[in-house]
Design a protein around this ligand. Structure first.
Ligand SMILES: C[S@@+](CC[C@H](N)C(=O)[O-])C[C@H]1O[C@@H](n2cnc3c(N)ncnc32)[C@H](O)[C@@H]1O
Length: 359
């Protein structure tokens, strides 16, 4: 079976790298939207459990040209729905259209729904069984029809139930930790907010499957070998007491309380947190400061963001053995911090163009 792992723009390559590390076969980065692999239901379950930087795992049912509603209808109807769906399957449809002749998601949804119902034999369908979310994406007149094997987005690990003012998506925070941190070097986030970077870094270091404590849509489709979850649980148990040198602080005491709750909900111990202005941060030895400071567009105004950036520059210069990696959407970051990045990578925080900068 062919599976698609959707990933945010800029994270496709990282998701593909994770898939290869998992031993998945024929991994290819797609031109838009993610990467794909070939494998069994068990492989897809492992992808759901272990992929940190992707958004969803989908089973590709078919891919064909769809310039008209008729082409879409016939293409969808020809797919082997009866082989996959039980008679009582509930099959909601969501559609996404870009740069195509068919540009109305709601019309495409209706056509697809009708085509699948006909393929299932027509007549009344109870739709009161397990859910098979159909995902149709029409891009440059090519329709990709797939089933969502994840359910909720993979970034919803289940630990974040309270949001601060501008939290990072978990998949993006994991990507930042994967890109910036060298091995298990000491890590400190001086603007940690609700603690997403710290949670993700600790899970990576302790070899913990990010999806271990949540469920996936595909588990309702069929019986998945319990050994797959068990192996992830064994690795979690083996790593849970492993000491980590990960800590953080934030000027906002309420954000720190949220971060503590998130760590607790994520069942992550050993990460130190305190309320502190980054101007008062002092660290010994060597390590990595990794953070996502406020930037004018989303939090506070440009002036206060500039003051935080200036303070970050001073903090970095006062810590000779420590590197700074900052993730920001502020084009004036380097000027304000009075530092020049040695390396940079463009990434998106939602729709906002940002950069991860290495100093
Ligand atoms: C964009 S948010 C970080 C979000 C965080 N990555 C998360 O996932 O929740 C920026 C954070 O910087 C903090 N901050 C602003 N000025 C600060 C200062 N002078 N010292 C420490 N933290 C500061 C804010 O309180 C806010 O939580």
């Amino acid at each position: 079976m062919k599976w698609i792992v959707r990933a945010a723009f800029g994270l496709e390559g990282l998701a593909a790298r994770e898939m290869k590390r998992l031993g998945l076969k024929n991994v290819e980065t797609m031109s838009v939207g993610g990467a794909c692999f070939e494998g069994s239901m068990a492989d897809a379950m492992r992808a759901n459990l272990w992929i940190r930087t992707g958004d969803r795992v989908l089973l590709q049912m078919g891919r064909f040209r769809a310039e008209t509603f008729d082409m879409l209808f016939e293409g969808v109807k020809a797919l082997p729905w009866k082989e996959i769906f039980p008679h009582d399957a509930a099959f909601p449809v969501r559609a996404h259209c870009a740069r195509s002749r068919l540009m109305s998601p709601s019309d495409c949804q209706k056509i697809v729904k009708k085509a699948v119902a006909q393929a299932m034999g027509g007549g009344w369908l109870p739709e009161d069984g397990s859910e098979y979310q159909i995902d149709v994406s029409i891009h440059s007149d090519v329709a990709t029809v797939a089933l969502d094997a994840s359910g909720e987005a993979l970034s919803r690990r289940g630990y974040r139930t309270w949001n601060g003012e501008a939290p990072l998506r978990e998949s993006l925070a994991a990507a930042l930790a994967m890109l910036a941190r060298r091995g298990n070097e000491p890590l400190y986030d001086p603007c940690c907010g609700t603690g997403t970077i710290l949670c993700e870094a600790a899970m990576i270091e302790r070899d913990r499957a990010p999806g271990l404590f949540r469920e996936f849509a595909m588990e309702k489709w069929t019986r998945i070998d319990p050994a797959i979850r068990q192996e992830a649980m064994d690795r979690y148990e083996a790593g849970r007491e492993r000491p980590v040198d990960i800590a953080g602080s934030d000027i906002d005491g309420e954000a720190i309380e949220l971060a503590k709750r998130h760590l607790h909900q994520a069942r992550i111990g050993g990460v130190r947190l305190e309320a502190r202005d980054l101007r008062d941060v002092r660290r010994e030895g060597e390590g990595l400061f990794l953070c996502n400071p406020p930037y004018g567009e989303r939090l506070g105004d440009a002036k206060s963001a500039a003051a935080v950036e200036r303070a970050l520059g001073e903090m970095a210069r006062a810590h000779e053995g420590w590197r700074l990696c900052a993730f920001s959407g502020d084009p004036s970051f380097e000027r304000n911090a009075r530092m020049k990045a040695q390396k940079r990578r463009r990434l998106y925080n939602g729709r906002l163009e940002c950069e991860l900068m290495w100093f």
